[in-house]
Design a protein around this ligand. Structure first.
Ligand code: DGY
Length: 317
């Protein structure tokens, strides 16, 4: 029987199909599995079910002589050295599709919260500073009838664009290739940044997108614009973002992901009133996380059995 290692405790009802066909060991401690445990468990495993918090790099892979399949419970696989996996003939699976709509919902929730300054208002109420109504207190930006710039037009970007139509937004997008989207214009990133009232990042993290938004890009944005990141923290240069938020170069930001992640409680981003940070919750609905875990299990079983994975990751996209 193949031996698999699962790097986070998942509900038994979801793991059960895996137990039927493999010998399952599972990390059941608090938080991510420590790296030394991960390396040692993977060195005897045929399959690995892992999370974005697990670093799957060359040295771990070099010791994983039996490993044939890695199945990640996430769409992003930037924590996995996928080139090294393909050199070693290790299949990689991930969970696209099942989380698309939930992440797009999160993008709009964050955009609304940032642009309408809801978190600033909430903080005020909780701290006992809710005074009499004032004509221009905590006024922010609108969502409806504005221009939304979407950086990265994959499944999640398209789902965000569909929601934007309901807000009667004009949609611009930048992505390496133009898509067949009648209601969204493919434009260079610089044009998008200059013309958008709000910018949402939904691109995957890779060598081309790391540090995509830095000081010069933030300078192109409108001072009334809000930046939302539901992709990966390192798309944005954190020091440059702090500077842009502090100086009023942009109006605000709402971040589901940060660099570093998690942010230490004394991190400067957390002291900025115009920055909302939530702890990587983009896909965190009960239904979606269940679907992600179930798909990760299906991918792992399929890969180990020699069937085609329902959602295999390919560097070709
Ligand atoms: C992903 O799937 O890549 C998310 O960031 C985790 O939900």
């Amino acid at each position: 029987m193949d031996r698999v290692y699962v790097t986070r405790e998942l509900p038994e009802r979801l793991i059960d199909p895996l137990r039927q066909v493999t010998d399952v060991a599972m990390w059941d401690g608090d938080g991510p599995v420590p790296n030394d445990v991960l390396v040692s468990e993977t060195s005897t495993a045929d399959g690995l079910l892992c999370m974005i918090t697990d670093a799957i790099g060359p040295s771990l892979l070099a010791r994983a002589s039996y490993l044939r399949v890695i199945s990640q419970m996430a769409v992003g696989v930037d924590n996995i050295d996928t080139d090294e996996c393909s050199r070693r003939g290790i299949l990689v699976g991930h969970t696209p599709g099942v989380l698309t709509e939930t992440v797009a919902d999160s993008a709009f929730a964050l955009l609304g919260a940032a642009a309408r300054r809801l978190f600033e208002g909430e903080r005020e109420v909780r701290s006992g500073k809710w005074g009499p109504w004032e004509p221009f207190h905590l006024t922010g930006g609108d969502l409806h009838n504005t221009t939304l710039g979407i950086v990265g037009m994959g499944r999640i970007g398209s789902a965000i664009a569909r929601r934007a139509a309901g807000y009667e937004m004009r949609v611009l997008y930048s992505s390496p290739t133009s898509k067949d989207l009648p209601d969204a214009d493919h434009v260079p990133l610089k044009v998008l940044l200059g013309e958008s009232d709000h910018v949402v990042l939904s691109a995957s993290l890779n060598v081309a997108t790391r540090g995509l938004i830095g000081a010069s890009e933030l300078r192109l944005m409108r001072p009334t614009a809000y930046l939302v990141n539901v992709a990966r923290g390192p798309l944005v240069n954190t020091a440059d973002l702090i500077e842009a938020l502090l100086s009023g170069r942009i109006a605000g930001a709402a971040l589901d992901v940060t660099d570093p992640e998690p942010l230490p409680p004394d991190h400067p981003l957390l002291s900025l009133p115009n920055c909302l940070v939530v702890p990587h919750l983009g896909s965190a609905s009960v239904r979606t996380r269940n679907a992600m875990a179930a798909l990760a299990v299906e991918n792992l079983i399929a890969g180990l059995e020699g069937w085609s994975m329902p959602a295999g990751f390919s560097t070709a996209g």
